[in-house]
Design a protein around this ligand. Structure first.
Ligand SMILES: *Cc1c(COP(=O)(O)O)cnc(C)c1O
Ligand SMILES: [Zn+2]
Length: 365
């Protein structure tokens, strides 16, 4: 059962085929029997590659890694609520995207590919650029010209070729897709290997909660790389009989770019056409997430919901969490703003990922 499966025509492909979508243009999902054995974990180093048998990379020599992961899970009392926050801003590029980049670049190295393209609103581009540098692979990164300057500098410093696109996020994706006709597309949202990295957040949380799943996760969602990864990780744990159920997944969107919010609450089968306005939450301002149906299905299946937050609420939450010593980017503060709109049950264990480092953005309020 280890293969790539087209979500549209059910065609399957070997995991060693260098493709990122089906010949029919359908999205590819990765079907892989992830093995997690509690006893094996005891003596392994504290990084995401400790779940070696759960990650579909064949040879250890191909692993592209900075020994990332196993970010701290710490208690936080905020807005009179006890939660646990996972410090995902502490990765080497400053966001959880390193999880996906480590696995995707490892697979790309395994496939003997030397030139890749990626498009991003900044952070995925930084992660792909850093791990390409680590692997000695050439990469071209496409970003909207409005991206935070700190993220642009970071991409250039890693040695990637930066293409600033005058236009919106969708124009940027189109430019990258065009380049992907001649280069391998290391897309964090099309390429299913990326999600095989982001899923490791779930394994870590399970270990850190003394081999238990939390009740609820509140996750910022644009393309859903963290949300879908989280779902996949807990699903793997469930299939290994290590947890009883997948936590409730709550997605957070900005009210200035809220296609998933509308799709979920208006019970739509397809993405609504929406207008996107600029928002502080630039990391999740995705007007047309290609995996929208999958995201909505995971939310429904786990009895979750979608919460939207306003820029003023994001700003207030960013200030509030900063005063607790946590410096994150505005996109990450959306989950604190969402927590204020959520009514948990007594003793509900809620985990909030802090997705990106504050040094990535220097918005002054
Ligand atoms: C990428 C990112 C997210 C989540 O976005 P998805 O597109 O849903 O993967 C959240 N916060 C930050 C800081 C990000 O860079
Ligand atoms: Zn297909």
């Amino acid at each position: 059962m280890n293969h790539l499966l087209c979500s549209k025509c059910n065609q399957t492909y070997s995991l060693d085929k260098p493709i990122w979508k089906c010949d029919c243009n359908g999205l590819l999902n990765l079907e892989f029997r992830a093995i997690i054995n509690k006893n094996d974990l005891k003596n392994r180093p504290p990084n995401m590659w400790r779940y070696r048998e759960a990650i579909p990379v064949n040879n250890n020599e191909n692993i592209v890694s900075f020994k990332e992961g196993f970010t701290p899970l710490v208690d936080l009392n905020i807005s009179n609520q006890n939660v646990k926050i996972k410090l995902e801003q502490l990765f080497i590029t400053g966001t959880f995207k390193d999880r996906g980049a480590s696995v995707l670049l490892s697979k790309i190295k395994e496939l003997n590919i030397n030139n890749i393209v990626e498009d991003s609103s900044g952070n995925a581009g930084s992660a792909i650029a850093a791990y390409s540098a680590r692997a000695g692979i050439n990469c071209d990164i496409y970003v909207p010209s409005s991206t935070s300057p700190a993220k642009l500098v970071q991409i250039v410093r890693y040695g990637a070729t930066l293409h600033k696109i005058n236009g919106n996020r969708e124009d940027t994706a189109k430019a990258a897709m065009k380049a992907a006709q001649t280069h391998y597309y290391a897309s964090h949202y099309y390429n299913p290997f990326f999600f095989q990295g982001t899923k490791t957040i779930a394994y870590e949380i399970w270990e850190q909660l003394n081999f238990n799943a939390p009740d609820t996760m509140i996750i910022p969602a644009g393309n859903g790389t963290l949300l879908l990864g989280t779902y996949t990780g807990f699903e793997d744990l469930l299939k290994n009989n290590l947890i009883k159920k997948i936590p409730r997944l709550i997605a957070v969107q900005s009210d200035r770019c809220d296609p998933l919010y509308k799709m979920f609450h208006e019970k739509l089968d397809m993405l609504p056409a929406i207008e996107k306005k600029t928002t502080l939450a630039e990391g999740i301002a995705i007007r047309e997430p290609v995996r929208a149906s999958q995201i909505i299905q995971c939310i429904k299946e786990t009895r979750g919901t979608v919460i939207k937050v306003h820029d003023r609420e994001i700003e207030a939450s960013l200030i509030e969490v900063s005063k607790k010593g946590i410096y994150v980017e505005p996109t990450s503060a959306t989950v604190i703003a969402a927590l204020k709109k959520y009514n948990p049950e007594k003793d509900e264990i809620i985990v909030l990922p802090m997705t990106g480092h504050g040094l990535k953005c220097s918005n002054i309020f």
